[in-house]
Design a protein around this ligand. Structure first.
Ligand code: IDP
Ligand code: MG
Length: 175
């Protein structure tokens, strides 16, 4: 249904972006963040992560049956480039679609030439889509992924319910 001149009351979304190991090793972080700033969203969390096999397999669980799965896990773990990624959470209205638009299609050869993947992605001779960034596909996936990669305390603003639990555990402090 179309609403005439009425402002959308859509709630703000959050979406997970990962600058993948190829993006980091190629020094594309600045270019990628600049391109993403066109979406007019705000960053509510960011961190550098060394991706474990467990995290990689959980993140890409929906692709477990694909023939490229093992290569994909190696790729995101940094086996071909560098063993880290930059994880970010973007927040704002329609954040998921806006970021996917700037990021471009999964296959870098099919991505808009002006999109991040169109500009910087490639397909290796082994058939891995080295497409420089990950971006959540839909609200359900965004929630699952943000909760997988970040704790509530690592975000300056949360949109999913949280609870406070008392825990006793050892933590590392500066000496
Ligand atoms: P997306 O990253 O655009 O959401 P997904 O289908 O979720 O695309 O796939 C996750 C990642 O797996 C892609 O970003 C890409 O790196 C890799 N991938 C997806 N499809 C293929 C393929 O057909 N061949 C090789 N790698 C692929
Ligand atoms: Mg996906």
């Amino acid at each position: 249904m179309k609403s005439k001149g009425k402002k959308s009351n859509m709630a703000a979304e959050q979406t997970l972006v990962l600058i993948k190991p190829d993006g980091l090793i190629k020094g594309l972080t600045g270019n990628i963040l600049t391109a993403l700033s066109d979406a007019g969203l705000i960053i509510v969390g960011s961190k550098v992560v060394q991706v474990t096999r467990e995290l990689a397999e959980e993140h890409y669980q929906h692709l477990r049956e694909e023939k490229f799965f093992d290569e994909l896990i190696n790729y995101i773990m940094g086996e071909y480039h560098v063993k880290r990624i930059l994880a970010l959470v973007y927040h704002g209205e329609n954040a998921i679609k806006k970021v996917r638009k700037v990021v471009g299609a999964t296959n870098p050869e099919e991505a808009e030439p002006t999109s991040i993947r169109g500009k910087y992605g490639r397909i290796t001779t082994k058939g891995v889509f080295e497409n420089v960034v990950h971006a959540s596909e839909n609200p359900k996936e965004a929630e699952r992924e943000i909760k997988l990669w970040f704790r509530p305390s690592e975000l300056v603003h949360t949109i999913y319910p949280t609870e406070t639990k008392k825990i006793t555990k050892s933590e590392v402090f500066w000496k």
